[in-house]
Design a protein around this ligand. Sequence first.
Ligand code: AVI
Length: 322
Amino acid sequence: MVDSSSQRYQFFDQHPEIADLRSDVIQGLSAEVPYISPKYFYDEIGSRLFEEICNSEEYYPTRTEVSIIRDNIDDIVEELGKDCLLIEPGSGDSYKVRLLLDALRPIAYLPIDISKLYLQGEAQKLATEFTWLNVHAICADFTGKLELPYHVESTNKVAFFPGSTIGNFAPEQAISVLKEIKMMVGEGGGLLIGVDLQKNSNILNAAYNDKSGFTEQFNKNLLVRINRELQANFNLEQFQHYAFYNEEQFRIEMHLVSLRDQQVTIDDVILHYKKDQSILTEYSHKYSIDGFQILAEQAGFKIKKSWVDNDQLFSVHYLVNN
Ligand code: AVI
């Protein structure tokens, strides 16, 4: 294991504000259109279920993005330029960055994640695995202000934002997230980003309704988590996973639908649900290549290059700030 005092591994704690699950959930569930923020999917069980989703036959985004990066790695490296400072907001398990590291040889890799222990574990693993790599982990919330812990003048900064996580933000919010990343990489910096594409709704509906039921469990795990952490009494049998592609809005919508009139308590708060009333849990926006390029331009980026797979399922773009 790499020692945290060694030069190659450094850890910077920006002490992100940890959201208050209780007040967020009660506020969301009491709204006119009840919702739970998708950021609460990712407790330990949810993160494991998400991995299962990514490996499922129906969920094409992960394997397609990986194959786009593998098939175009030389081209990608040429665009990004060797010796960059590679920054990954919301780095999670850092699985995809492994595809880039050997070819790109960045001067340092800066994973940013809100989950301190998970980030430390993953960052130390990478520093052990890639014996030449400087890993400077930053504990911060990437949806807030993004500030690097030190100043690098001479190197180009490149952010890596894979997985179409940008799709989980409504377009106006997505522009704000892109703007924040643009400020962080600064003049001359860039962003390598994965974006899921609009396509036949059968493929999309299947991807969010896998036969093994991982997405259903992932969705319902929100209620399991709320029951456990907030002493609530959601009956999992009385809520149904419902995910569909909204063709007018170009987005997957995930809901939990109440199967009957019912009452749920969270601690001392009582919530009422009518039969068929839904709790919105996630949007996953899908873009056309042009549509995403316009969004990126609205955030002030220029499109340097875009790559897609042969079936046009998914896209990877390199955007620059100059
Ligand atoms: C993390 N995010 C990009 C996934 C998506 O496809 O929107 C989350 C997910 N929700 C259900 N399946 C996967």
